[in-house]
Ligand binder design. Sequence first.
Ligand SMILES: [Zn+2]
Length: 293
Amino acid sequence: MDSETVARLLRSLQDAGEDDEPSPVAEGTERYVNAFVARRGEDEPAAPLAPLTDYELLLNIGSPHPASLVEQAEAAWPDELLPDHGFWLRAALLLEGQREATTAPFYLPLEGDSWVCSCTPEQPHAEACSPWPWVRLVIPALERPGHWKGELLIYYQAAAVVAMQVELPVGQPDASPSVPVVNKMTRSFTDLGKLSKRTASIVLLPQSDRIVINGVGSLDSPFAIEANAADTSAANVRTALFDSHFRHAEQPRRWPHPSRPGLRSRYDARFAKSHSEYEQDLRRLAREGQSSI
Ligand SMILES: [Zn+2]
């Protein structure tokens, strides 16, 4: 390859690069997740937080808010991965020590800031729709100085789009509250085919020993399972499944089949078992499944 060809190739690569330059979201239209703490019913950021006081975590998606505790570099809303029309979202705040999340539906229009209204989620807005700007999630009062820790998630249908960790010192003037983003949707699921109808999502948060499970529909609340509890539940279900297939050898086999400690199948030569045994398996799995949620 002569030097002229190389130069031409480099030029064409450069041109191609320039063509690719514009980002999918036009400049000035980026939206951000904003979240901060205010006294209950107020819109002004509160800091430091005091014991015996009711607060709310305020959240929206829109232009960057100066009081937001979410770093702007992390807070960009992934508009490019979501449908190009307005849609309902759901915010969920799950604080340690609480098994169920506080949730609130809100609406994100195609452009501009999100809003909250009393219209029915997933339905068109009523003519008399009167929106207000902030999603408000209750933070219960602490009796004495301490920490509220937890997770703040924004769901589109069953998918967690942004997951944030919440750390709110209470009664500690030197400690600052923080809401770092710990997980964000990285690809669009509008093209996931059959998975687009999925009805649950599980978010495993780094530096946290909990997993957050979100069920189907806008009325369900996500809930958390402590890591140990999740391990135990999973182990119980695994054991039940295992037991439905195998049993430990009870009697030594006779020569010429030497006795081997180990497992025997619970199925017969046709890989079948009796109706009552099968029913017993299903009953046990149903019980384990029920107690693991
Ligand atoms: Zn409305």
